[in-house]
Ligand binder design. Structure first.
Ligand SMILES: [Zn+2]
Ligand SMILES: [Zn+2]
Length: 452
Protein backbone atom coordinates (compact mmCIF):
# COMPACT_ATOMS: atom_id res chain seq x y z
CA UNK A 1 0.00 0.00 0.00
CA UNK A 2 1.21 3.47 -0.84
CA UNK A 3 0.65 6.22 1.74
CA UNK A 4 1.27 9.98 1.80
CA UNK A 5 0.38 12.23 4.72
CA UNK A 6 -0.77 15.50 3.14
CA UNK A 7 -1.02 17.33 6.47
CA UNK A 8 1.87 19.64 5.65
CA UNK A 9 2.50 20.97 9.18
CA UNK A 10 2.35 17.53 10.80
CA UNK A 11 0.84 17.25 14.30
CA UNK A 12 -2.97 17.30 14.33
CA UNK A 13 -3.66 20.20 11.95
CA UNK A 14 -5.22 19.62 8.56
CA UNK A 15 -5.74 15.87 8.49
CA UNK A 16 -5.56 14.26 5.10
CA UNK A 17 -4.13 10.93 4.09
CA UNK A 18 -3.63 9.60 0.58
CA UNK A 19 -3.78 5.82 0.23
CA UNK A 20 -3.36 3.60 -2.78
CA UNK A 21 -4.64 0.12 -1.98
CA UNK A 22 -5.10 -2.71 -4.48
CA UNK A 23 -4.98 -0.18 -7.30
CA UNK A 24 -7.72 1.96 -5.73
CA UNK A 25 -6.81 5.60 -5.05
CA UNK A 26 -8.33 6.97 -1.87
CA UNK A 27 -8.14 10.22 0.04
CA UNK A 28 -9.18 10.07 3.69
CA UNK A 29 -10.31 13.43 5.17
CA UNK A 30 -9.39 16.92 4.11
CA UNK A 31 -9.17 19.19 7.14
CA UNK A 32 -8.22 22.76 7.85
CA UNK A 33 -5.59 23.75 10.39
CA UNK A 34 -7.19 26.22 12.83
CA UNK A 35 -3.79 27.62 13.80
CA UNK A 36 -2.72 28.91 10.39
CA UNK A 37 -5.55 30.77 8.65
CA UNK A 38 -5.10 31.26 4.90
CA UNK A 39 -4.16 28.91 2.10
CA UNK A 40 -1.53 27.35 4.39
CA UNK A 41 -4.36 25.97 6.54
CA UNK A 42 -5.14 23.42 3.82
CA UNK A 43 -3.43 20.06 3.35
CA UNK A 44 -0.97 20.10 0.45
CA UNK A 45 -3.33 19.12 -2.35
CA UNK A 46 -0.82 19.87 -5.11
CA UNK A 47 0.69 16.43 -4.59
CA UNK A 48 -2.48 14.70 -5.72
CA UNK A 49 -3.60 17.26 -8.29
CA UNK A 50 -3.06 14.92 -11.22
CA UNK A 51 -4.05 11.76 -9.38
CA UNK A 52 -7.32 10.28 -10.59
CA UNK A 53 -8.92 9.67 -7.16
CA UNK A 54 -11.48 6.85 -7.00
CA UNK A 55 -13.05 7.82 -3.67
CA UNK A 56 -12.82 10.34 -0.87
CA UNK A 57 -13.67 9.11 2.63
CA UNK A 58 -14.69 11.40 5.48
CA UNK A 59 -14.24 9.91 8.96
CA UNK A 60 -16.22 12.62 10.82
CA UNK A 61 -17.33 16.23 10.67
CA UNK A 62 -14.83 18.09 12.85
CA UNK A 63 -13.16 20.87 10.88
CA UNK A 64 -9.69 19.38 11.19
CA UNK A 65 -11.12 16.59 8.98
CA UNK A 66 -13.54 18.37 6.62
CA UNK A 67 -12.58 22.08 6.54
CA UNK A 68 -10.80 21.80 3.19
CA UNK A 69 -13.14 19.27 1.56
CA UNK A 70 -14.85 21.64 -0.93
CA UNK A 71 -11.43 22.69 -2.26
CA UNK A 72 -10.48 19.04 -2.75
CA UNK A 73 -13.81 18.29 -4.43
CA UNK A 74 -13.28 21.21 -6.81
CA UNK A 75 -9.91 19.72 -7.72
CA UNK A 76 -11.47 16.26 -8.23
CA UNK A 77 -14.88 17.08 -9.70
CA UNK A 78 -16.05 13.52 -10.32
CA UNK A 79 -14.89 11.69 -7.19
CA UNK A 80 -17.68 10.54 -4.83
CA UNK A 81 -17.39 11.20 -1.08
CA UNK A 82 -18.22 8.33 1.26
CA UNK A 83 -19.30 9.03 4.83
CA UNK A 84 -21.63 7.68 7.51
CA UNK A 85 -25.35 8.45 7.56
CA UNK A 86 -24.96 10.70 10.60
CA UNK A 87 -22.07 12.62 9.07
CA UNK A 88 -24.19 13.10 5.95
CA UNK A 89 -26.78 14.91 8.11
CA UNK A 90 -24.16 17.02 9.89
CA UNK A 91 -21.66 17.95 7.19
CA UNK A 92 -23.62 20.60 5.32
CA UNK A 93 -24.14 22.81 8.38
CA UNK A 94 -20.50 22.44 9.42
CA UNK A 95 -19.26 23.50 5.96
CA UNK A 96 -21.65 26.46 5.76
CA UNK A 97 -20.49 27.61 9.18
CA UNK A 98 -16.89 27.28 8.06
CA UNK A 99 -17.66 29.48 5.02
CA UNK A 100 -19.19 32.09 7.37
CA UNK A 101 -16.16 32.08 9.67
CA UNK A 102 -13.78 32.44 6.70
CA UNK A 103 -15.85 35.28 5.25
CA UNK A 104 -15.63 37.08 8.59
CA UNK A 105 -11.87 36.52 8.71
CA UNK A 106 -11.58 37.81 5.13
CA UNK A 107 -13.50 40.98 6.04
CA UNK A 108 -11.69 41.66 9.30
CA UNK A 109 -8.18 40.41 8.63
CA UNK A 110 -7.98 40.46 4.83
CA UNK A 111 -6.65 36.91 4.74
CA UNK A 112 -5.63 36.11 1.15
CA UNK A 113 -7.66 33.33 -0.44
CA UNK A 114 -10.45 33.43 2.15
CA UNK A 115 -13.17 32.30 1.99
CA UNK A 116 -11.83 29.12 0.42
CA UNK A 117 -15.35 28.25 -0.78
CA UNK A 118 -18.80 29.78 -0.90
CA UNK A 119 -22.28 28.73 0.26
CA UNK A 120 -23.39 28.19 -3.35
CA UNK A 121 -20.43 25.91 -3.99
CA UNK A 122 -21.24 23.81 -0.90
CA UNK A 123 -24.82 23.35 -2.08
CA UNK A 124 -23.58 22.11 -5.45
CA UNK A 125 -21.44 19.44 -3.77
CA UNK A 126 -24.14 17.76 -1.74
CA UNK A 127 -25.19 15.34 -4.48
CA UNK A 128 -21.73 13.78 -4.45
CA UNK A 129 -22.04 12.56 -0.86
CA UNK A 130 -22.79 8.85 -0.52
CA UNK A 131 -23.76 7.61 2.92
CA UNK A 132 -22.63 4.14 3.96
CA UNK A 133 -24.20 2.34 6.95
CA UNK A 134 -21.96 1.03 9.74
CA UNK A 135 -20.89 -2.63 9.67
CA UNK A 136 -22.02 -3.15 6.06
CA UNK A 137 -19.54 -4.41 3.47
CA UNK A 138 -19.25 -2.12 0.46
CA UNK A 139 -17.41 -3.09 -2.70
CA UNK A 140 -15.53 -0.29 -4.41
CA UNK A 141 -14.61 -0.75 -8.05
CA UNK A 142 -11.83 1.66 -8.92
CA UNK A 143 -10.47 2.28 -12.38
CA UNK A 144 -7.50 0.03 -11.72
CA UNK A 145 -8.61 -2.32 -8.97
CA UNK A 146 -11.17 -3.29 -6.37
CA UNK A 147 -11.44 -3.18 -2.58
CA UNK A 148 -14.09 -3.86 0.03
CA UNK A 149 -14.70 -1.36 2.72
CA UNK A 150 -16.50 -1.36 6.04
CA UNK A 151 -17.27 1.44 8.51
CA UNK A 152 -17.07 0.78 12.27
CA UNK A 153 -18.31 3.28 14.91
CA UNK A 154 -15.34 4.98 16.56
CA UNK A 155 -17.12 6.85 19.39
CA UNK A 156 -15.55 10.34 19.53
CA UNK A 157 -18.46 12.28 17.99
CA UNK A 158 -21.75 11.50 16.24
CA UNK A 159 -21.11 9.77 12.94
CA UNK A 160 -17.38 9.21 13.56
CA UNK A 161 -16.08 6.10 11.88
CA UNK A 162 -13.08 3.85 11.60
CA UNK A 163 -12.43 2.36 8.18
CA UNK A 164 -11.63 -1.27 7.41
CA UNK A 165 -10.27 -1.98 3.95
CA UNK A 166 -9.79 -5.44 2.44
CA UNK A 167 -8.03 -6.23 -0.78
CA UNK A 168 -7.18 -9.80 -1.71
CA UNK A 169 -5.83 -11.29 1.50
CA UNK A 170 -4.65 -7.97 2.84
CA UNK A 171 -6.44 -6.01 5.57
CA UNK A 172 -6.03 -2.42 6.68
CA UNK A 173 -7.66 -0.67 9.61
CA UNK A 174 -7.74 3.09 10.09
CA UNK A 175 -9.06 4.18 13.50
CA UNK A 176 -9.94 7.81 12.72
CA UNK A 177 -10.46 9.85 15.91
CA UNK A 178 -11.45 7.35 18.60
CA UNK A 179 -13.07 7.23 22.00
CA UNK A 180 -13.61 3.80 23.57
CA UNK A 181 -15.51 5.06 26.62
CA UNK A 182 -19.27 5.58 26.43
CA UNK A 183 -20.48 9.15 26.61
CA UNK A 184 -23.92 10.27 27.73
CA UNK A 185 -25.05 10.84 24.13
CA UNK A 186 -22.87 8.39 22.23
CA UNK A 187 -21.58 4.84 22.64
CA UNK A 188 -17.85 4.21 22.62
CA UNK A 189 -15.99 2.72 19.65
CA UNK A 190 -17.03 -0.73 18.47
CA UNK A 191 -13.96 -2.06 16.71
CA UNK A 192 -13.48 -5.56 15.34
CA UNK A 193 -10.83 -7.39 17.35
CA UNK A 194 -8.14 -9.57 15.85
CA UNK A 195 -5.50 -9.32 13.18
CA UNK A 196 -4.93 -6.56 10.63
CA UNK A 197 -1.91 -6.30 8.35
CA UNK A 198 -1.69 -2.54 8.54
CA UNK A 199 -3.03 -0.29 11.25
CA UNK A 200 -3.32 3.49 10.99
CA UNK A 201 -3.94 4.99 14.44
CA UNK A 202 -4.59 8.38 15.93
CA UNK A 203 -2.24 9.35 18.78
CA UNK A 204 -3.81 12.54 20.24
CA UNK A 205 -3.36 11.59 23.90
CA UNK A 206 0.08 10.03 23.65
CA UNK A 207 1.51 12.31 26.32
CA UNK A 208 -1.52 12.43 28.59
CA UNK A 209 -1.83 9.94 31.33
CA UNK A 210 -5.12 10.00 33.18
CA UNK A 211 -4.37 10.73 36.81
CA UNK A 212 -5.87 8.49 39.46
CA UNK A 213 -9.30 9.79 40.50
CA UNK A 214 -9.79 11.69 37.25
CA UNK A 215 -12.19 9.19 35.71
CA UNK A 216 -14.97 10.65 33.58
CA UNK A 217 -17.74 10.32 36.23
CA UNK A 218 -15.59 12.03 38.85
CA UNK A 219 -14.64 14.81 36.47
CA UNK A 220 -18.29 15.45 35.63
CA UNK A 221 -19.11 15.64 39.35
CA UNK A 222 -16.18 18.03 39.91
CA UNK A 223 -17.32 20.20 36.98
CA UNK A 224 -20.87 20.45 38.30
CA UNK A 225 -19.61 21.28 41.81
CA UNK A 226 -17.43 24.06 40.46
CA UNK A 227 -20.28 25.49 38.37
CA UNK A 228 -22.50 25.49 41.47
CA UNK A 229 -19.78 27.17 43.52
CA UNK A 230 -19.02 29.83 40.92
CA UNK A 231 -22.67 30.78 40.37
CA UNK A 232 -23.46 30.74 44.11
CA UNK A 233 -20.57 33.19 44.63
CA UNK A 234 -22.00 35.62 42.10
CA UNK A 235 -19.71 34.71 39.19
CA UNK A 236 -20.19 33.37 35.68
CA UNK A 237 -18.85 30.09 34.31
CA UNK A 238 -17.42 29.86 30.80
CA UNK A 239 -17.20 26.47 29.14
CA UNK A 240 -15.39 26.72 25.81
CA UNK A 241 -16.52 23.70 23.76
CA UNK A 242 -16.64 22.31 20.25
CA UNK A 243 -20.10 23.10 18.87
CA UNK A 244 -20.27 19.64 17.33
CA UNK A 245 -20.70 16.89 19.89
CA UNK A 246 -19.18 18.31 23.03
CA UNK A 247 -21.90 20.91 23.49
CA UNK A 248 -24.74 18.37 23.12
CA UNK A 249 -22.94 15.97 25.45
CA UNK A 250 -22.64 18.61 28.17
CA UNK A 251 -26.21 19.81 27.71
CA UNK A 252 -27.37 16.22 28.23
CA UNK A 253 -25.19 15.86 31.32
CA UNK A 254 -26.52 19.15 32.75
CA UNK A 255 -30.07 18.10 31.94
CA UNK A 256 -29.61 14.94 34.03
CA UNK A 257 -27.99 16.97 36.82
CA UNK A 258 -30.89 19.45 36.91
CA UNK A 259 -33.45 16.67 37.03
CA UNK A 260 -31.77 15.22 40.09
CA UNK A 261 -31.34 18.62 41.74
CA UNK A 262 -27.55 18.57 41.39
CA UNK A 263 -27.11 21.65 39.18
CA UNK A 264 -27.77 25.12 40.55
CA UNK A 265 -30.59 27.14 39.05
CA UNK A 266 -29.03 29.67 36.68
CA UNK A 267 -29.41 30.93 33.12
CA UNK A 268 -27.56 28.84 30.53
CA UNK A 269 -26.36 30.58 27.38
CA UNK A 270 -25.20 28.80 24.25
CA UNK A 271 -23.74 29.87 20.92
CA UNK A 272 -25.64 29.88 17.64
CA UNK A 273 -23.84 27.07 15.84
CA UNK A 274 -24.17 24.79 18.87
CA UNK A 275 -27.93 25.30 18.87
CA UNK A 276 -28.15 24.60 15.14
CA UNK A 277 -26.08 21.44 15.57
CA UNK A 278 -28.30 20.40 18.48
CA UNK A 279 -31.29 20.47 16.12
CA UNK A 280 -29.38 18.19 13.76
CA UNK A 281 -28.42 15.88 16.63
CA UNK A 282 -32.11 15.44 17.29
CA UNK A 283 -32.54 14.43 13.63
CA UNK A 284 -29.52 12.08 13.78
CA UNK A 285 -30.95 10.53 16.91
CA UNK A 286 -34.30 9.84 15.28
CA UNK A 287 -33.01 8.72 11.88
CA UNK A 288 -29.89 6.71 12.67
CA UNK A 289 -30.02 5.97 16.41
CA UNK A 290 -26.27 6.70 16.43
CA UNK A 291 -26.71 9.24 19.23
CA UNK A 292 -29.08 9.68 22.10
CA UNK A 293 -30.27 13.27 22.05
CA UNK A 294 -33.58 15.07 22.21
CA UNK A 295 -34.11 18.73 21.39
CA UNK A 296 -36.45 19.00 24.38
CA UNK A 297 -33.32 19.13 26.53
CA UNK A 298 -32.72 22.71 25.34
CA UNK A 299 -36.24 23.70 26.27
CA UNK A 300 -36.13 21.97 29.66
CA UNK A 301 -32.88 23.75 30.48
CA UNK A 302 -34.36 27.09 29.35
CA UNK A 303 -31.36 27.54 27.08
CA UNK A 304 -30.81 31.13 25.99
CA UNK A 305 -29.02 32.51 22.95
CA UNK A 306 -25.88 34.50 23.62
CA UNK A 307 -26.34 38.21 24.32
CA UNK A 308 -26.14 39.95 20.91
CA UNK A 309 -23.42 42.35 21.86
CA UNK A 310 -20.33 41.02 23.57
CA UNK A 311 -17.58 43.61 23.85
CA UNK A 312 -14.00 42.35 24.08
CA UNK A 313 -12.44 43.08 27.45
CA UNK A 314 -15.77 43.86 29.04
CA UNK A 315 -17.75 41.42 31.13
CA UNK A 316 -21.35 40.83 30.13
CA UNK A 317 -23.70 41.86 32.95
CA UNK A 318 -25.74 38.68 32.47
CA UNK A 319 -24.40 36.17 34.98
CA UNK A 320 -24.74 32.50 34.17
CA UNK A 321 -23.27 29.44 32.55
CA UNK A 322 -21.90 30.06 29.05
CA UNK A 323 -21.42 27.03 26.78
CA UNK A 324 -19.83 28.38 23.62
CA UNK A 325 -17.35 27.56 20.88
CA UNK A 326 -14.50 27.41 20.22
CA UNK A 327 -13.21 24.73 22.54
CA UNK A 328 -9.61 25.96 22.20
CA UNK A 329 -10.53 29.63 22.58
CA UNK A 330 -9.49 30.33 18.98
CA UNK A 331 -9.33 34.07 18.14
CA UNK A 332 -12.55 35.88 17.19
CA UNK A 333 -14.87 33.16 18.42
CA UNK A 334 -17.52 33.78 21.12
CA UNK A 335 -15.49 31.91 23.77
CA UNK A 336 -12.41 34.06 23.02
CA UNK A 337 -14.34 37.33 23.28
CA UNK A 338 -16.20 36.26 26.43
CA UNK A 339 -12.98 35.08 28.09
CA UNK A 340 -11.33 38.45 27.41
CA UNK A 341 -14.01 40.09 29.55
CA UNK A 342 -14.28 37.42 32.24
CA UNK A 343 -10.68 36.61 33.08
CA UNK A 344 -9.97 39.54 35.40
CA UNK A 345 -12.88 38.81 37.74
CA UNK A 346 -11.95 36.42 40.59
CA UNK A 347 -15.56 35.30 40.95
CA UNK A 348 -15.59 33.76 37.45
CA UNK A 349 -14.39 30.38 36.22
CA UNK A 350 -13.19 29.26 32.79
CA UNK A 351 -13.32 25.48 32.47
CA UNK A 352 -11.77 23.58 29.55
CA UNK A 353 -13.16 20.15 28.78
CA UNK A 354 -11.40 18.93 25.65
CA UNK A 355 -8.06 18.81 23.93
CA UNK A 356 -6.35 22.22 23.75
CA UNK A 357 -3.45 22.61 21.37
CA UNK A 358 -0.65 24.37 23.30
CA UNK A 359 -0.31 26.98 20.51
CA UNK A 360 -3.96 28.10 20.66
CA UNK A 361 -5.10 30.84 23.08
CA UNK A 362 -6.80 28.13 25.18
CA UNK A 363 -3.57 26.15 25.48
CA UNK A 364 -1.63 29.31 26.29
CA UNK A 365 -4.13 30.41 28.93
CA UNK A 366 -3.91 27.01 30.61
CA UNK A 367 -0.14 27.46 30.78
CA UNK A 368 -0.37 30.97 32.28
CA UNK A 369 0.12 31.30 36.04
CA UNK A 370 -2.70 32.78 38.15
CA UNK A 371 -2.07 36.47 38.81
CA UNK A 372 0.03 37.07 35.69
CA UNK A 373 -1.17 38.96 32.65
CA UNK A 374 -2.71 37.29 29.62
CA UNK A 375 -2.80 39.07 26.28
CA UNK A 376 -5.83 38.56 24.03
CA UNK A 377 -3.86 39.74 21.01
CA UNK A 378 -6.61 39.63 18.39
CA UNK A 379 -8.72 42.14 20.35
CA UNK A 380 -5.79 43.87 22.03
CA UNK A 381 -6.98 43.23 25.58
CA UNK A 382 -4.61 42.55 28.45
CA UNK A 383 -6.18 40.92 31.50
CA UNK A 384 -4.83 39.63 34.82
CA UNK A 385 -5.61 35.95 35.38
CA UNK A 386 -7.86 36.35 38.41
CA UNK A 387 -10.69 34.04 37.41
CA UNK A 388 -10.20 30.39 38.16
CA UNK A 389 -8.95 28.51 35.09
CA UNK A 390 -9.40 24.76 35.25
CA UNK A 391 -9.25 21.69 33.04
CA UNK A 392 -11.52 18.68 33.21
CA UNK A 393 -10.55 15.30 31.80
CA UNK A 394 -13.52 14.80 29.50
CA UNK A 395 -11.61 14.31 26.28
CA UNK A 396 -13.26 12.93 23.16
CA UNK A 397 -10.11 10.91 22.45
CA UNK A 398 -9.15 7.48 23.73
CA UNK A 399 -6.67 6.93 26.53
CA UNK A 400 -3.27 6.07 25.16
CA UNK A 401 -3.17 2.71 26.96
CA UNK A 402 -6.51 1.64 25.45
CA UNK A 403 -5.31 2.49 21.95
CA UNK A 404 -2.04 0.74 22.55
CA UNK A 405 -3.85 -2.36 23.75
CA UNK A 406 -6.00 -2.37 20.63
CA UNK A 407 -2.95 -1.92 18.41
CA UNK A 408 -0.99 -4.71 20.10
CA UNK A 409 -3.77 -7.29 19.80
CA UNK A 410 -4.03 -6.69 16.03
CA UNK A 411 -0.44 -7.99 15.66
CA UNK A 412 -0.18 -5.64 12.70
CA UNK A 413 2.92 -5.92 10.52
CA UNK A 414 3.01 -2.17 9.99
CA UNK A 415 1.55 0.62 12.08
CA UNK A 416 1.22 4.21 10.89
CA UNK A 417 0.95 7.01 13.45
CA UNK A 418 -1.31 9.99 12.72
CA UNK A 419 -3.21 12.82 14.43
CA UNK A 420 -0.82 13.65 17.26
CA UNK A 421 1.92 16.03 18.28
CA UNK A 422 5.53 14.78 17.96
CA UNK A 423 5.81 13.82 21.67
CA UNK A 424 2.53 11.94 21.53
CA UNK A 425 3.68 9.97 18.50
CA UNK A 426 7.02 9.28 20.15
CA UNK A 427 5.32 7.63 23.13
CA UNK A 428 3.40 5.28 20.84
CA UNK A 429 6.51 4.54 18.83
CA UNK A 430 8.49 3.50 21.92
CA UNK A 431 5.67 1.41 23.35
CA UNK A 432 4.91 -0.32 20.06
CA UNK A 433 8.56 -1.16 19.47
CA UNK A 434 8.62 -2.83 22.86
CA UNK A 435 5.33 -4.69 22.64
CA UNK A 436 5.27 -5.52 18.93
CA UNK A 437 8.98 -5.74 18.11
CA UNK A 438 8.35 -7.21 14.66
CA UNK A 439 6.03 -4.42 13.56
CA UNK A 440 7.28 -1.70 11.27
CA UNK A 441 6.19 1.57 12.93
CA UNK A 442 5.91 4.55 10.60
CA UNK A 443 5.63 8.13 11.78
CA UNK A 444 5.18 9.61 8.32
CA UNK A 445 7.02 12.77 7.36
CA UNK A 446 4.44 15.01 5.67
CA UNK A 447 4.38 14.86 1.86
CA UNK A 448 6.74 11.89 1.69
CA UNK A 449 5.59 8.74 -0.04
CA UNK A 450 5.73 5.42 1.89
CA UNK A 451 5.19 1.79 0.98
CA UNK A 452 3.63 0.11 4.01
ZN1 LIG B 1 -12.45 14.93 15.79
ZN1 LIG C 1 -9.38 15.29 14.70
Amino acid sequence: MKLIDLNRQGGIGANSLYLQVGGVKILVDCGLNPKTPGLGALPDLKMIKDVDLDIIIITHCHLDHIGGLPVLMRQHPKTPVLLTQSSRILIEKMLHNSANVMQKQADEEKIPGYPLFTHTEIEGLMKRFVSVPFKRLKKIKGKRGEISLMFHPSGHVAGATAVEIQTGTRSIFLTGDVLFENQRTLKGAQFPMGHFDTLIIETTRGITERAYGKERVHEIARLIDLINDTIANGGSFLLPVFALGRMQELLSVFHDARRFGRLIDCPIYAGGLGIGISELFDEVSRKTKDVQFDLRILKDLGLKKLPLKITPGRETPKKGLYIVSSGMLVERTPSYTLASGMLANPRNTIGFVGFCDPDTPGGKLLATKPGSTFHFEAVNVKAKVKARVDRFELSGHAERTELLEFAVQTKARSIVLTHGDPDARAWFKTQLKEQLPKAHVVDPIPLKSYEV
